[in-house]
Write a protein that binds this ligand. Structure first.
Ligand SMILES: [Zn+2]
Length: 243
């Protein structure tokens, strides 16, 4: 028995943001948005703590490193990511990934309580020139576990194709809308050509089921959660193992 196998594995947290906006409980009951000043403070914290930001491709190839590392990601592609987050990411030289709901770009979100403006392709292209990475969150924000197979496959393939055609980068990463997927979804995701897919909670070791550390507006104790995210996963893992 090697005690190392029973200790938590070092995992690089993937922080998930949605809107960077000040919202009321009525318009954002699930508190998905984070106020711009809190986002700014969190980025300043990462800088001050000498965190290195990784792209998702770098994450998949990451070697053990003494340096603190983190992935910054945004789901959906809200216009405020350009207005509020992008200037701060630029200021600190941080990398980030935005998962786009491709058919909604330049329009409004229809899956949120209130409708929010989405990024335009011009904004996306400008951010790509800086080095922001764009990956898929399906065409129309469908719940892949509850969508008929042919539709789900089309959503997966078309979203990947749209980003590849418009931006010219390879799209191999997917964030599941609502964090929702089933066994069938995994096969469709692989068939559509994705290599990595991200849910919102606990992970196992399968390449197509990677978990993320979700940070919403309600998470006030950012630094604490960042440092303990690994232990949280470990505890959840053992709770799961023990039934
Ligand atoms: Zn989403």
């Amino acid at each position: 028995m090697n005690i190392k196998n029973y200790l938590p594995h070092r995992r690089i947290p993937i922080i998930t943001y949605h809107q960077i906006a000040t919202t009321s409980v009525a318009e954002d009951p699930e508190r998905m948005a984070i106020p711009p000043e809190r986002f700014a403070a969190q980025m300043a914290y990462l800088k001050q703590q000498s965190y290195q930001t990784l792209s998702l491709d770098q994450l998949t190839q990451a070697q053990a490193s003494a340096q603190k590392q983190v992935v910054i990601s945004f789901d959906d592609g809200f216009a405020d990511n350009y207005q509020q987050a992008f200037p701060i990411l630029e200021q600190y030289g941080f990398k980030a990934t935005i998962f786009l709901v491709t058919a909604r770009m330049g329009k409004h979100s229809h899956w949120t309580q209130s409708q929010y403006p989405m990024l335009t392709w011009a904004q996306i292209e400008e951010m790509q020139r800086y080095g922001i990475d764009f990956q898929s969150h399906t065409e129309n924000h469908v719940d892949l576990a509850r969508t008929e197979k042919q539709t789900a496959l089309k959503e997966l393939k078309q979203s990947k194709q749209t980003i590849e055609d418009k931006l010219g980068n390879a799209v191999t990463h997917l964030a599941y809308p609502y964090g929702s997927y089933s066994e069938d979804t995994l096969a469709l995701v692989a068939e559509a050509g994705y290599q990595h897919a991200y849910a919102s909670s606990m992970a196992n070791n399968q390449i197509l089921e990677q978990s993320r550390f979700n940070l919403y507006g309600r998470d006030k104790i950012f630094s604490y959660r960042l440092q303990t995210s690994l232990w949280g996963d470990w505890l959840r893992y053992w709770r799961w193992q023990l039934g």
